[in-house]
Design a protein around this ligand. Sequence first.
Ligand SMILES: O=C(O)c1ccccc1N[C@@H]1O[C@H](COP(=O)(O)O)[C@@H](O)[C@H]1O
Length: 217
Amino acid sequence: MDIKICGLNTEKSVAAALDGGASHVGFIFFPKSPRNIAPEDAGRLRQAAIGRANAVAVTVDATDSELERIISTVKPDMLQLHGKEAPERIGEIKQRFGLPVMKALAISTADDLNRIAPFKGIADRFLFDAKPPAGSQLPGGNGVSFDWTLLSKLPAGLDYLLSGGINSENVAEALRMTNPPGLDISSGVERTPGVKDPALIAAFFAAVRRASAQSVV
Ligand SMILES: O=C(O)c1ccccc1N[C@@H]1O[C@H](COP(=O)(O)O)[C@@H](O)[C@H]1O
C-alpha cells in the first residue's frame, strides 16, 4: 500500500518518512499553509527521496508560471492538484508539463462521489479529503476526517489515496473500513501546525504495520 507523508519541510522529517517506508513525500506550495515551502528548499529536500520514494508537489489552482517554477526547481515525480481545477485544466497541465496528476476531491456526502466521473481518464489518481471546516483558509491539511463509509460506493478499481485527519490512533479503523490503495497524512504526524515530529511519523508507520498484520490473521 502506498503511503504519502505530506507537508514535509525539514531534512529530519523527510528522513523519518523515508525510513518509515513512505512511497511518496509531499511538499506544499501554497503560501497560506503553515507547511508552505520555497521551491528551492523542496528541491534540496527531495534529493533524499531519489530512488526511494516519489516526490509530490501539492498546489492549489496554480498558474502555468507558478507550476513552471515549481516543476523546474523541484523536479517532482507527480503533481497533486488540491484546488478547484476542472478536468479541462488538468488535461492542459498534463499536456504542458508531462507529469502524472493526482486530483484531490473533498468528500462530505454521497453526492460528492458524482464529481469523480468527469476526471476519469484525465487524473492519474485521486485523493479523497474532507471538506475544510468553516473559516479554514486551507483546502487540505486541516486534520479533519470525513465519513469513510461513503467510500463503499466507489467505482471498483479506482486508484486513490485516503486522506483527511488520519493519525496513529484512527489508521487501523480507516484501513479496516476502506482498504484503500494508499494513505496520505499530514497534520496527524505534527507537533504543531507545520512542524512534523519524526517520532510521530515513526509511530504512524508502526501503527500501519500493526493494523496490516492484524488484517491478515
Ligand atoms: O497541508 C496543507 O497545508 C495543505 C495546503 C493546501 C492543500 C493541501 C494541503 N494538504 C493536503 O491535505 C491532506 C490532508 O491533511 P491532514 O492529514 O488532514 O492534515 C495532506 O496530506 C495534504 O495532501
